[in-house]
Design a binder for this molecule. Structure first.
Ligand code: GDP
Ligand code: MG
Length: 238
């Protein structure tokens, strides 16, 4: 039997309840568009293989204690380090000034290949991505390359490659290119064990976000304010 469809019938949801499309102001919003002018959020994804230095980077910047999900490592990985991230690391860096509040949210993915889907989920909704790789341990580069190529496929946010445990810019560039980074992507050699190196990497990611700004011009000042604050905190720490 064909369903009884009347032009004047109210919309009905599949469960039979009355359904009307939400008004424009009720629709689930893009968080960036609806956030109040004086409270902006900037999101960074920190990704890369196991033991590269991701948690160290987030912990160096975060104002709040990093919400980590590190647990005792098992199997072969236990030989590399005793604890490892199994869900997301989460850290924040907030500034409040005359213009209002800007919150930098940093999300760190677990490094093991079995968690690669989390990077795929997150990479579509951040302002920039930091890929941390270990410049000193080539045995990690096969995994790092697979992760990098998968990350870059259909990535719209700008990418900064942080080659950790490395001091040489040429070597860092060579490592990043070998792992699949494009020549247009920023590459930084760094020692993330030093907090100022973490700051430099985060600033580079925010600068890359500024340069690739696809959001309205109103996004420029919040990004610039976070960059300024990070520069100032670096000067104070020095
Ligand atoms: N020597 C040295 N150790 C580092 C550096 N960065 C991180 N580490 C150490 O390497 C280990 C793994 O770092 P972690 O941030 O947990 O790696 P993740 O698995 O990518 O989150 C930790 O014990 C860090 O303290 C670095 O630049 N130099
Ligand atoms: Mg970690």
């Amino acid at each position: 039997m064909t369903p009884d469809v009347r032009a004047d019938a109210p919309d009905v949801a599949p469960d039979g309840s009355p359904f009307a499309p939400p008004a424009a102001h009720e629709r689930h919003p893009d968080v960036h568009d609806t956030r109040e002018r004086d409270h902006q959020v900037v999101k960074l994804l920190v990704t890369g293989p196991f033991n590269a230095g991701k948690t160290t980077l987030i912990a160096a910047i975060s104002h709040t204690g990093v919400v980590d999900t590190d647990v005792a490592t098992t199997g072969d990985e236990a030989r590399t380090k005793p604890r490892t991230t199994v869900a997301m690391d989460f850290g924040t860096y907030s500034i409040t000034d005359d213009e209002g509040r800007v919150e930098l949210l940093m999300f760190g993915t677990p490094g093991q290949a079995r968690f690669a889907f989390m990077t795929d989920v997150m990479k579509g909704d951040v302002d920039a991505v930091i890929s941390v790789v270990d410049g000193s341990d080539e045995s990690t580069h096969a995994d790092a390359g697979r992760a990098m190529r998968s990350l870059i496929a259909d990535l719209h946010a700008p990418l900064v490659v942080a080659v950790n445990r490395c001091d040489d810019a040429d070597r860092a560039r060579r490592v990043a290119r070998r792992l699949g980074a494009l020549s247009s992507e920023a590459v930084l050699p760094c020692q993330l064990i030093r907090p100022d190196a973490s700051r430099d990497v985060v600033v580079a990611a925010l600068v890359a976000a500024l340069e690739r700004l696809e959001r309205p011009d109103s996004w420029r000042p919040p990004l610039e304010r976070v960059i300024d604050a990070l520069h100032r905190s670096a000067a104070v720490a020095a």
